[in-house]
Design a protein around this ligand. Structure first.
Ligand SMILES: Cc1cc2nc3c(=O)[nH]c(=O)nc-3n(C[C@H](O)[C@H](O)[C@H](O)COP(=O)(O)OP(=O)(O)OC[C@H]3O[C@@H](n4cnc5c(N)ncnc54)[C@H](O)[C@@H]3O)c2cc1C
Ligand code: FES
Length: 259
């Protein structure tokens, strides 16, 4: 934990920002794509709860992390004021990220909207280890599409937009046909809950195992407050698991969504 220096901040779209800062821990000691950073918005008591944002890219050599976030509520809007040289209080990287499996040759990354950022570092690591990466991304409109170059640099990229302004018209799940999924060893998904639920169903039909990164509201971020639990099916039982500590990434088959 601690204060770190901001290296750079830039706007990627009208309301999405990329923020690069010194890592609070030594990245060469290890981290996982899919882990998150917990940001204290200001030093005052205006914002008591930290804001969780996923690690999007890690520069191990320079010990820097980039997060990509949408400024939607008061806290994230306040983060947009940060500029190079400012200090910010960040915890992390926290939680359990995406697990990779030796022997996988081709993986599918499925992202929706502001759920795309954590897939970038994962794609980069797969690409580096010569695992073929196929990315299927969904956005509301072309104007909201982000990180396309970063993902197409690591493999093949397919996009769906709800208004048809870019790629296929419709939801990202409409890309996931049987032909499209042929030869995929495993999938990794992050996005809104409605998307994750639909992805879980489609990929179950395709008989492909995978991981889902869940977005629960968080308090402490370190396993103390129990504010972030999600029901998980494990060993024939339903158990509540802390998303901050045992997630945010879970085995897709274990995740229980509301009917
Ligand atoms: C593990 C994890 C990783 C995330 N990664 C990203 C990311 O990379 N980029 C990104 O844009 N967003 C990400 N989010 C969502 C992001 O944390 C929320 O959008 C943000 O906390 C909202 O804060 P706010 O100040 O804009 O909104 P406010 O309405 O002011 O927030 C009020 C409170 O609700 C919480 N809250 C509001 N919306 C959410 C939400 N969708 N998920 C969790 N908590 C919420 C806030 O943390 C805060 O405690 C992630 C969430 C989680 C749990
Ligand atoms: S956020 Fe406090 S236990 Fe998970």
């Amino acid at each position: 934990m601690g204060y770190v220096s901001v290296i750079a901040q830039e706007a990627l779209t009208a309301d999405v920002y990329s923020l690069t800062f010194e890592s609070p821990t030594d990245l060469s000691q290890g981290f996982e794509p899919g882990q998150f950073l917990h940001f204290r918005v200001t030093d005052s008591f205006d914002f008591t709860l930290r804001r969780p944002l996923s690690l999007c890219a890690a520069d191990v050599q320079n010990n820097q992390i980039t997060v990509v976030y949408r400024a939607q509520g008061e806290g994230t809007k306040r983060l947009t004021r940060l500029k190079a040289g400012d200090r910010v209080d960040v915890l992390g990287p926290l939680g359990h990220g995406f697990l990779t499996h030796q022997g996988d040759k081709k993986v599918l990354l499925i992202g929706g909207g502001i759920g795309v950022p954590p897939l970038v570092e994962l794609a980069r690591q797969f690409h580096e280890s010569q695992v073929r990466v196929v990315s299927a991304l969904g956005f509301a409109t072309q104007a909201q599409a982000i990180l396309l170059d970063e993902l197409s640099d690591c493999g093949s990229l397919f996009v769906a937009t709800q208004d048809g302004s870019l790629g296929q018209h419709g939801f990202v799940t409409q890309l996931l046909t049987e032909d499209f999924c042929a030869g995929i060893d495993r999938y990794y998904a992050c996005g809104p809950t409605s998307m994750l639920k639909a992805v879980q169903q489609v990929m179950r039909d395709r008989n492909i195992a995978g991981y889902l990164s869940l977005e629960e509201r968080m308090g402490c971020g370190i396993g103390i407050c129990v504010g972030c639990v999600h029901p998980i099916a494990r060993d024939g039982k339903v158990v509540n698991r802390k998303t901050c500590k045992e997630g945010p990434v879970f085995l897709a088959e274990e995740v229980i969504f509301d009917e």
